[in-house]
Design a protein around this ligand. Structure first.
Ligand code: MLT
Length: 328
């Protein structure tokens, strides 16, 4: 047998064996614990959502899901970790709007948020609140707006990095009021909320999971819901539209992704487990208790998340660049 023929046979054999291993791997998935990366600091809204969803999905998958908070650089450090991990379904990414904005915010992103990931499905959606430390010198929304317009250079705004949900909300507040505040970036709004409760920073725009209990506990002040409607969990807090502010309506959705090339049978299994999780009455009740909604099962599908991500990339990236915002 000629050398060339020997070589061809050997490489075909190697390929066939790899394909068999791959399919076998996909067939008995999951055979060991799964890592779900939440690229923001522990204790924040992303962490809370990820732990609730992971807890429900692991029951269906019959395998432990470990939450990994590899945080920093507006979620891009943890996202890069998932993008370069093996496409076998054992490393996943739970993330929100910052996945879309990262493309416009970071010139040297070591991955492409659309091309390097497989969407599995959306998980949750929720509103945001405009908050301050307790001693902030404004008793209601009107005084808050007046104070910000009169003393912008004296006010510090905490957020979780450029392109994050808290940053986008802060940007909308600054552009609506035409003020420039002193921005203080954190690795997540978990630590930012701690500093707000401690009085180290003045204001924060954040999701509801950690903040509603802090408002109800009298640890921070809420001036407005960042949208057109009041929150059922805080009916006494006005919507920002009640102060005559139009076009300020922000809702944050979390979605689940796998590395590009993850086998379809594995993606289907993960999406089915996610759909079951968001339909689970206990999961829905727990999230509602934090002012968040589990999405409908329809939205917990790959095609729905793909469309959602495309829409966010197309709309937000341009807005941020026009606003002159860029990380590096
Ligand atoms: C977090 O989980 O810390 C937040 O979702 C970060 C953000 O504001 O985007």
């Amino acid at each position: 047998m000629s050398l060339l023929l020997k070589h061809t046979v050997r490489s075909c054999l190697a390929l066939a064996l790899a394909a068999v291993a791959f399919t076998a791997g996909a067939q008995d998935y999951p055979s060991h614990p799964i890592t779900m990366v939440m690229p923001y600091a522990p204790g924040g809204p992303g962490d809370v959502v990820t732990r609730v969803i992971a807890g429900a999905m692991q029951k269906t998958l019959g395998q432990t899901i470990v939450v990994d908070n590899t945080a920093g650089a507006s979620g891009t450090i943890g996202s890069a970790k998932v993008a370069r991990s093996k496409a076998d379904g054992y490393t996943l990414l739970m993330i929100h709007v910052s996945h879309a904005t990262s493309l416009a915010m970071f010139k040297n992103l070591p991955y492409h948020p659309v091309d390097d990931f497989e969407p599995i499905g959306s998980a949750t959606t929720g509103p945001m609140l405009i908050l301050s430390r307790n001693e902030f010198p404004a008793k209601d929304l009107n005084e808050f707006v007046t104070y910000l317009k009169a003393n912008p250079s004296k006010v510090s705004l905490a957020h979780a990095g450029v392109g994050s949900a808290s940053h986008l909300c802060g940007l909308m507040l600054m552009s609506t009021l035409k003020v420039k505040l002193n921005e203080i970036p954190y690795k997540g709004t978990g630590p930012a909320l701690n500093d707000l409760m401690g009085g180290q920073v003045d204001i924060l725009c954040d999701q509801t999971s950690g903040t509603v209990p802090a408002v109800k506990g009298g640890k921070i002040k809420a001036y407005a819901a960042a949208g057109r409607a009041r929150l059922p969990s805080l009916p006494e807090v006005p919507a920002i539209s009640e102060a005559g502010v139009e076009g300020f309506d922000i809702n944050i959705s979390f979605g689940l992704y796998a590395p590009k090339g993850t086998p379809k049978p594995v993606l289907d299994q993960l999406s089915a487990a996610l759909q079951k999780a968001v339909a689970d009455p206990d999961v829905r009740k727990r999230l509602e208790g934090m002012g968040i909604s589990a999405v409908s099962a329809d939205r917990a599908r790959p095609e729905a998340l793909r469309a959602h991500l495309k829409n966010e990339v197309d709309t937000l990236g341009g807005l941020l660049i026009k606003a002159g915002v860029q990380a590096n």
